[in-house]
Design a protein around this ligand. Structure first.
Ligand SMILES: Cc1cc2nc3c(=O)[nH]c(=O)nc-3n(C[C@H](O)[C@H](O)[C@H](O)COP(=O)(O)O)c2cc1C
Length: 315
C-alpha cells in the first residue's frame, strides 16, 4: 500500500517471502499481547504487522511474580510463556483480528516436537494468520532440556516437522542468540524448510538483590532485552543475513528510526519492536512515521532504496 505525501508516492512495503507487509515495522512476540490489547492505542492497520504472544497446545499460567525487572539499558523478563492456548486464541482472538488489515503472525512454541506440530495443526484449520513464527528458544524436555535452537540437528528436526504441517502459510523461525555460530543454525533451518529467520530472542541473564541474596525475578533467571542487546544482536543479524538466502527479520533493542536503519543496513528486510512498547505502547506506530520521514529526508521512494543507501559492506 502507498503512503502519499508532497514528496510523491512513497511505498514502504516490503517482501518477506510471500508475506507483503505495508511497511517493515512489526511488533514483537510477547510484548504486544494478542494485538487486541493495543488496538485502542495503536492503529494496527498502520503497522506492517505484529507477532502474537507465544501460543502453546494448552493454556499456560506462567511464572511467579515479579516477572519483569529493569536493568541498565534494558529489561529482564521471566513470564514463563503465559498464554491462553492455541484453541482459545483461534476461538476468541482471531475473529476480532480478521477485521484488521495487518499481517498477524502467530508465534508458536513447545517443549517437544509434537507440541509444535499440534499447535500448527490447529492454526492450519483457522483463517487469519499471515505466517507462523516458531520460537525455538525453548527447552526440549525429551532431550534433557537442551534448547531446540542451540543445536543445528534439533533445530532442523523441529522445523522439518513443522514444515510438513504448515502447508498453508509461510514459516518463520525465530532463532536463539545463544549459539556459537548463527550461520550454521540459520542454514540448517533454511534447509529444513524455513521461509524466513527472525533474529533474535532474548539473552539468558540474571539480576539479584545482594542484600537478600534473591533473584529480582520470580524465577532465578530471565531473558535480557532492550537497547543493551542491540549491538550484539545487530552482529547476529549481519552474520545470519550473509549465511542464508531466505529473508532475515531483525530485532533487539530497537527504539529509534536510526536503530531500524541500522538493522536494515546489515541485511534485515524488516524489523520487530519489543521492549520499546513497554515504555511507549505507540512506539511501533511512531517508528512507521519516522521511517516515512526518513524516506523524504533521503529523497527515496522505497524501503529497499533506503536500505541500499546504508548497506554495510559485507566484508
Ligand atoms: C515480556 C516479554 C515476553 C516475551 N515473550 C516472547 C514469546 O512469547 N515468544 C517469543 O518468541 N519471544 C518473546 N519475547 C522476545 C521478544 O519478542 C524479542 O525477541 C526480544 O525482547 C528482543 O527484542 P527487544 O529488545 O526489542 O525487546 C518476549 C520478550 C519480552 C520482553
Amino acid at each position: 500500500m502507498c503512503e502519499v505525501s508532497s514528496a510523491g508516492a512513497v511505498d514502504l512495503s516490503v517482501k518477506i517471502g510471500a508475506v507483503r507487509p505495508r511497511n517493515p515495522i512489526l511488533a514483537a512476540s510477547g510484548t504486544f499481547g494478542y494485538g487486541t490489547e493495543f488496538s485502542h492505542l495503536v492503529n494496527l492497520n498502520r503497522l506492517g504487522g505484529f507477532v502474537t504472544k507465544g501460543l502453546s497446545k494448552e493454556p499456560i499460567e506462567g511464572a511467579p511474580a515479579p516477572r519483569l525487572c529493569e536493568t541498565a539499558a534494558g529489561m529482564l523478563n521471566a513470564v514463563g510463556l503465559q498464554n491462553m492456548g492455541v484453541r482459545a486464541f483461534v476461538a476468541e482472538k482471531l475473529p476480532v483480528l480478521r477485521k484488521y488489515d495487518t499481517a498477524v503472525v502467530a508465534n508458536v512454541f513447545g517443549y517437544a516436537l509434537e507440541d509444535y506440530v499440534e499447535v500448527l495443526r490447529v492454526l492450519e484449520d483457522a483463517e487469519g494468520p499471515a505466517a507462523y513464527e516458531l520460537n525455538i528458544s525453548c527447552p526440549n524436555v525429551k532431550k534433557g532440556g537442551l534448547q531446540f535452537g542451540s543445536d543445528p540437528g534439533m533445530a532442523a528436526e523441529v522445523v522439518a516437522a513443522a514444515r510438513k504441517i504448515a502447508a498453508k502459510r509461510p514459516l518463520w523461525v525465530k532463532l536463539s542468540p545463544l549459539v556459537t555460530d548463527i550461520g550454521v543454525i540459520g542454514r540448517a533451518v533454511e534447509e529444513a524448510g524455513a521461509d524466513a529467520l527472525t533474529v533474535a530472542n532474548t539473552y539468558p541473564a540474571m539480576a539479584v538483590d545482594h542484600r537478600t541474596g534473591k533473584s529480582r525475578l520470580g524465577n532465578p533467571t530471565g531473558g535480557l532485552s532492550g537497547p543493551a542487546i542491540k549491538p550484539i544482536t545487530l552482529r547476529l543479524v549481519w552474520e545470519a543475513a550473509k549465511a542464508v538466502k531466505i529473508p532475515v527479520i531483525g530485532l533487539g533493542g530497537i527504539e529509534t528510526v536510526e536503530d531500524v536503519l541500522e538493522y536494515l543496513s546489515v541485511g534485515a528486510v524488516a524489523v520487530q519492536v519489543g521492549t520499546a512498547s513497554f515504555t511507549d505502547p505507540r512506539a511501533s506506530e511512531g517508528l512507521v512515521r519516522g521511517l516515512l520521514r526518513a524516506t523524504f529526508r533521503h529523497k527515496v521512494f522505497t524501503v529497499s532504496e533506503l536500505s541500499h543507501k546504508f548497506m554495510v559492506e559485507n566484508g
